[in-house]
Design a protein around this ligand. Sequence first.
Ligand code: SF4
Ligand code: SF4
Length: 320
Amino acid sequence: MPTYNELKNKLLDYAYDHKIPITGEFEITSHCNFNCEMCYAKNTDPVLKKDDWFQIFDMAQKNGMLYALLTGGEIFTHPDFIDIYEYLYDLGVKITLYTNGSLLKESILHTLKKRPPEMVAITLYGYDETSYKEFTKSQSFNAVDQTIDALKTNHIPLVLRTIPLPYIYQRLDHIIDYAKSKGCHLGYFLYVSKVKGQDRLKPKDLLDFELRLKTAFPIKSQPKHKRLCGAFKNGYFINHKGYMQACPMMPIPSRKVEDDLMATFKTLQKEWETMLEASPCTNCEHRDGCMTCLARRYLEGNVFKCAAYLKDIALERNHG
Ligand code: SF4
Ligand code: SF4
């Protein structure tokens, strides 16, 4: 009998092949109570009102959306988070929440107990109050710790994640120990874009970061699927201003979603496919170890050219 995840992967593969947008990622706010230096998402722009999101969700669900991700900024800063979440949930959509875990009010927990999300993913930036204060410029570790306990006590599916930045890498063993002490899996991102005045991990350290996390939190069986990137195949991202784009990292191509979400999806899909055709990576010998994609090459400086940082990582992975 196939598991839920195996069936979900089959559905995602089918949608990928047939270009049906069954996943939607929604940046419901760009506001955040943390002040991390590397953050590209945070700003104080006005955000869409809940009625705007309801309209977008209705169109998304009518056009095939089965899975949604709510992200930010920090999603729990949105004044109408509960209404937005409940509306989406009641459309029959499976929801994942990305949060920093510091603002889980009793009313939100109550909602999540009544209408459980498919997953909550909390990004960890440290392992105690001192590291949180240094990295996020907020005194929130205690609140994050309590959120983790509250979600676990209430059997709400939870993963922790962390990011490969030098400050975190230097404290990785402590962060791993903390996640283990909570009985949580610790996942990770592997790519961070360059931010002025901020160091990134050298490729060798990045691979060490990955290896230590993989060793500490082995995944028993990786589901097999053929998808590389679902952008404009089985999914899309809509930012806090209501603009559709491939993913949070890639601001081009982009269009405002007006009253025909599928028309916007198809228009952007064509533009995206034209960009994909001009990829420098098609016959590259380093491709297997490279985390190349349009967004990452864009953030490295040129979508249509090999990026030195990505290539160095690929070389380290393939020969290191
Ligand atoms: S373009 Fe890159 S970062 Fe964006 S969804 Fe695709 S693989 Fe991920
Ligand atoms: S980014 Fe550079 S190294 Fe990576 S696959 Fe493309 S051409 Fe090759």
